[in-house]
Design a protein around this ligand. Sequence first.
Ligand code: THU
Length: 133
Amino acid sequence: MTDGELMMLAQRAREHSYSPYSGFCVGAALLTKSGRVYLGCNIENAGYSATNCAERTAIFKAVSEGEREFEAIAIVGGRRGETAPLTAPCGVCRQVLSEFCPEDFKILLGDPQKYYTYTLKSLLPLSFGAKDL
Ligand code: THU
């Protein structure tokens, strides 16, 4: 699985976005160390805080199916029908990723034609989780 392929899968995952309130559709594709890919989209709610971001949808799907080791995630977002140059994960999603992913976990942001590679550590320099207990 190349980074570009993972970005294309994130783009495709956007098709299931349920975002009637913001009109902003996000897709995520999470690659496990074993080579499987879990897709996620944002799922909004009339009680706004109950919204689940695409990244958390993907990681919760994966963990709930027994996956614990992750390599990379690709994230693609934008207003319906458009792709934003870059959609950055929110703080809650960074924290959830940090529970399961190593510092060098790759985060691919942008659109499938032009994307940028970050590490989890670069987006969440100081974190605390079970690994620190
Ligand atoms: N959103 C995501 O799903 N992931 C991100 O990385 C950024 C934001 C969602 C939450 C909400 O449904 C919409 O995008 C607007 O913030």
